[in-house]
Design a protein around this ligand. Structure first.
Ligand SMILES: [Zn+2]
Length: 158
């Protein structure tokens, strides 16, 4: 029964979205179809283990209709934890939000979605700041440890 197999990975698909790779069983015909598929995608996302969730966010289904894209972006906003910018699941949510943003910007309804676009850009900018701060923190630590080692060596050799 080929219609019940995933187009992407060949796994059996019982509903609209493949649980293994997040691909849609068939292309949605209307925005309502997309909304339904997106809901299912997010349900699968929440059910999965972290490793699978990361894979789904990176490679899973991205809607086409701007309204549904905005809905999907809003869900990603809740997953972007600026307290843990290096967390792989947070990075995956950021990757997905960037893809959503790029699609929204390219949409003919870009103006209508401006508010959401602004909000997504703001969240990504905040994430960037948090992530840079973390990297800076790591650099200070490495410098501190290097100085400490040098001091110990100097003391030992004197
Ligand atoms: Zn699949």
């Amino acid at each position: 029964m080929p219609q019940n197999m995933c187009r992407q990975c060949g796994a059996p698909v019982t509903n609209l979205v493949c649980e293994y790779c997040g691909t849609l069983r068939e292309l949605p015909k209307t925005a309502a179809n997309e909304r339904e598929a997106l809901k299912e995608f997010h349900d699968i996302l929440m059910r999965q283990e972290k490793k699978e969730r990361i894979k789904l966010m990176k490679h899973g289904y991205l809607p086409d209709s701007p309204d549904v894209l905005v809905m999907s972006g809003m869900r990603m906003l809740t997953l972007i934890d600026t307290e843990n910018p290096a967390d792989e699941a947070v990075e995956a949510a950021v990757t997905r939000l960037k893809a959503i943003l790029a699609k929204l910007r390219a949409s003919p309804e870009e103006d209508k979605q401006q508010k959401a676009i602004d909000e997504f850009e703001q969240a990504l900018a905040e994430y960037d700041i948090a992530s840079k701060k973390l990297n800076k923190g790591c650099t200070y630590w490495s410098i501190g440890i290097a100085i400490f080692i040098v001091v110990i060596l100097v003391i030992l050799s004197s």
